[in-house]
Ligand binder design. Sequence first.
Ligand SMILES: [Zn+2]
Length: 183
Amino acid sequence: MIKFNSISDALHYRKKCPICLSELLFYNRANEISIIDNSIFIEYFYLNHMIYESDICVNILNNKIESFNGKASESLSFIGDSDRINSSLSIECHECGQYDYVVKLYLNNNSVEAVLNSESITFNDDPFKDTYQIYNLYPTKETQVIQFSTNKEDRFSSLPLIKLDIENLEHTINRIKKLLIFS
Ligand SMILES: [Zn+2]
């Protein structure tokens, strides 16, 4: 499990798309997060299993919570460690759309932990052969593969976690192909 030292590190875990080499960008899917300079503002927040519509501001360089609903972080002492921020960061390739990763944010005292949750890549080594959509789910240590075939039904498989070798995707896909034969 990759735990990042800071949200800033998480945002730069990978800089370029492994497929098309375009720059990866943070994508604000639900419009609930904004990043301004070195601060990230997160709109929704779980507190003691009740949902409050709130706004926390976290410094992305040291992950410290700077304010909660506009109040200074001293007012945060009542927040339990088990409370969870209902947010994740999705960093994606906006050019080819074939790669993305997702970082989950968790509360830890008055700071936020950023943990790599998943990574997804769509890989095709030959336009006339099968396409593989590989989804690495790190909390459950699982690699899910969807094989889109040109001449057979699409196939879904779940394998033990396989490390994505971004520098050598052929190596990763060959390993997956071998494991799929026996799954
Ligand atoms: Zn791309």
